[in-house]
Design a protein around this ligand. Structure first.
Ligand code: PLP
Ligand code: COI
Length: 341
């Protein structure tokens, strides 16, 4: 293990590790996997990723259990989503088997950076796919680079499993109705930076985006999906063409069902926020970040979505169950975890 790292106080930030893994797509095929200890990549200044946004990424985590085994959570789903993202912006998809092989290899190579069980931290894997061919006219590249680097991380929101407030701002969109909101490409995040900064300056942890066509329905937060527990005890999460299908949300949905909680994935009207007694942002980085209040900065309406200033009981139970499976404390009955001995 590396004793110079303060595992318990890690934030969600980049820390140098020993190795990253890389693979190049040239002449219509993927090459051999390369192991690198350099933090830099050399690409042509006219690469399509730099000019025309041919860039997609993923985020997944590896956890060290009490038994010292390392568990990677649902990497097949991240692999499949990266392939969908690649297809969405005309990039060469990374085969699922190649993604999984490289993910296992990069964790194995950086084992000493997987935080100890007691810290509650994890190793974040950041797979990245970019178009590298020089092009001045707008057209897809025929050459790609796929990299996975890793970094040990703590909570995405510094508050961890504590309430934060989120803001609705009607004059900013992160994705268009028939655009790229349902895939994980850099452009969506560029589009969210300005509203995100304004919200943070006003003391909110994130923006809760509305559907960009009618501004009537809830979409998702800048870096995470959104769910609520309504007064009938139902787990409700938005259905929309412009939100990212979150693997965490999909897992919570299943866990809620396992607990006998009713679940609904459907369009969620803005005014329904008034029915929620619990709410949360959910994602790989965010895990569950429980929401206290949602302020609509344009109408001035505030929605209190938790009671008594504390995360609600269902959010807490879902959070503990998800983390329990990830760290190996709770049986993995859906086979979500890949164990590295
Ligand atoms: N929505 C957005 C916009 C995200 O960036 C993320 C993070 O990956 C999520 C949702 C959550 O997805 P997942 O649970 O697969 O990490
Ligand atoms: C993740 O949860 O893995 C994300 O990619 C969210 C954020 C860091 C952009």
């Amino acid at each position: 293990m590396n004793n110079n790292i303060d595992w318990k106080n890690l934030s969600f930030a980049y820390l140098k590790t020993d190795y990253n893994v890389r693979c190049y797509y040239r002449n219509g095929k993927w090459g051999e996997v390369e192991v690198s200890s350099s933090e830099n990549i050399e690409i042509h200044m006219a690469s399509t990723c730099l000019h025309y946004g041919q860039e997609a990424f993923e985020g997944l985590k590896a956890f060290r259990g009490k038994d010292n085994k390392i568990r990677i959570f649902r990497m097949d789903e991240n692999a499949k989503r990266l392939a969908r993202s690649a297809n969405g912006i005309m990039m060469a998809p990374v085969p699922v088997e190649l993604f999984e092989k490289m993910a296992l290899q990069v964790v194995e190579l950086n084992k000493r950076f997987v935080p100890p069980y007691e810290s509650g931290a994890s190793l974040y894997l950041r797979p990245l796919l970019i178009g590298t061919e020089p092009r001045v006219g707008v057209a897809p590249s025929e050459e790609y680079l796929f990299v996975i680097f890793v970094t040990p991380v703590g909570p995405y929101f510094k508050e961890g499993f504590k309430l934060t407030n989120v803001a609705i701002m009607h004059n900013y969109d992160r994705a268009a109705p028939n655009g790229t909101g349902n895939i994980k490409i850099g452009g969506n995040y560029a589009a969210s930076l300005k509203a995100g900064k304004i919200a943070k300056e006003k003391g909110y942890s994130a923006v809760l985006y509305l559907d960009s066509k009618e501004k009537k329905y809830i979409d998702e937060c800048g870096p995470a999906n959104f769910f609520g527990i309504n007064k009938d005890g139902v787990y409700v999460t938005p259905e929309s063409k412009s939100i990212l299908p979150s693997i965490t949300n999909m897992s919570l949905f299943q866990l809620a069902q396992d607990m006998g909680i009713k679940t609904e994935r459907r369009p969620v009207k803005l005014e329904e926020l008034g029915d929620f007694v619990e709410a949360g942002q959910c994602g790989t980085a965010a895990v569950i970040s429980p929401v206290g209040r949602i302020d609509d900065l344009d109408t001035g309406i505030s929605y209190e979505v938790s009671k008594g200033g504390e995360p609600g009981p269902i959010s807490k139970k879902l959070y503990e169950t998800l983390r329990g499976i990830q760290y190996g404390d709770i049986a993995d009955k859906h086979n979500w975890v890949t164990i590295i001995e």
